[in-house]
Design a protein around this ligand. Sequence first.
Ligand SMILES: [Zn+2]
Length: 149
Amino acid sequence: MSVQARNELVSLLQFSDATQKPDILDPSKTNTLLIQMLLDVAHRCPRPILITALRTDHPTFDGGPGTHGHTQGFAFDGWTATGGDPGVADLLRALAASPYVWTVGAGGAAKNFLSGITFPNDGNFIFFMDNNQDHVHAQAGNLNGQGLR
Ligand SMILES: [Zn+2]
């Protein structure tokens, strides 16, 4: 993903930690597939996405399925910046619609806004109920390193 694409992405997102924007801009910190996924999801989501944890600021080691977790720069945690808790349904819908998304986890209050949202059922996509912290986890790529379904 070009520097231009990374710059476009930071202009679309909102950040909760000072390390997140530099991580997005640094190809050694965030994988191309994450940038591709986030750009697509940010364009699909009618509300701005607030990043709640990315790589440097993610509190735990997160290998994720297929080594595509936060620690390797393939995942983000987020919420919507507007609309209160119900606004997160728009982020969940955008993730469900994006061909670049591999894994989605609903944490905390996100679990209350899943009705009517259909995630891919193609044998590769993974949806899971995450912990009780308010966030949506999403991870790019699949086991073959491809971002597309
Ligand atoms: Zn996460």
